[in-house]
Design a protein around this ligand. Structure first.
Ligand SMILES: [Zn+2]
Length: 200
């Protein structure tokens, strides 16, 4: 009888994350307006990695307090456990050495150092998936998201549907009059709008 590796409970260790060549590591950016399904897409990718028994860790900003601090949640209330950090650097201290896939939600809430942090994680051979808004409520690109789109291997731009005319929408219309660029909120404060229906 040939010698086989002992497989306990039917579990094998997860295969290394690789794309094209072994020991890979890369960045995927999932961007778009509000209500474009970014977090849903992030959660979907993380679930597939978990099914493949890859070790996944998820981070979100402590600024994002819409639902719970220990979960990321999409608008359809699909949720995944996450670690809330107040500074980008903190991710490097909270990451486990055997984590293969790193998810970061609402990346526009993070400080500028998040770009360096993502590049470091990818450089270590990890798959890094970031999701976030590409434009603020004025229609201006978020610098952090723009820079991540620039360095990412894969960029997915999601579109929502304009809540006024039904065309593809890539802007988030703020309905309240707050002045802060980062205002945490969801359905009651924002609407997805197309270029034509968006008002500055
Ligand atoms: Zn429209």
């Amino acid at each position: 009888m040939s010698k086989k590796k002992v497989v306990r409970n039917g579990h094998r260790p997860a295969a290394a994350v690789s794309w094209g060549h072994s020991g890979g590591g890369w960045i995927e950016a999932v961007v778009g307006s509000m209500f474009s399904g970014k977090t849903q897409e992030l959660i979907r990718r993380l679930r597939l990695a978990q099914i493949a028994r890859q070790k996944v860790q998820v981070f979100n900003s402590a600024l994002d307090v819409r639902y719970a601090k220990d979960h990321i949640v999409s608008h359809d209330l699909n949720k995944t456990p996450s670690i809330a950090v107040s500074k980008s650097r903190e991710i490097l201290t909270r990451i486990d050495s055997d984590t293969q896939v790193v998810g970061i939600d609402e990346v526009q809430f993070f400080d500028a150092e998040i770009v360096e942090v993502c590049e470091k994680l990818a450089g270590e051979g990890r798959r890094v998936i970031v999701a976030g808004l590409d434009q603020d409520f004025r229609g201006e690109p978020f610098p952090v998201t723009s820079r991540l789109m620039g360095v990412a291997e894969f960029v997915t731009k999601n579109l929502a549907i304009c809540m006024v005319c039904g065309n593809p929408a890539n802007r988030s219309q703020r309905l309240s009059s707050g002045r802060k660029v980062v205002e945490v909120g969801a359905a009651d404060k924002y609407e997805a709008r197309c270029r034509r229906c968006f008002k500055r």
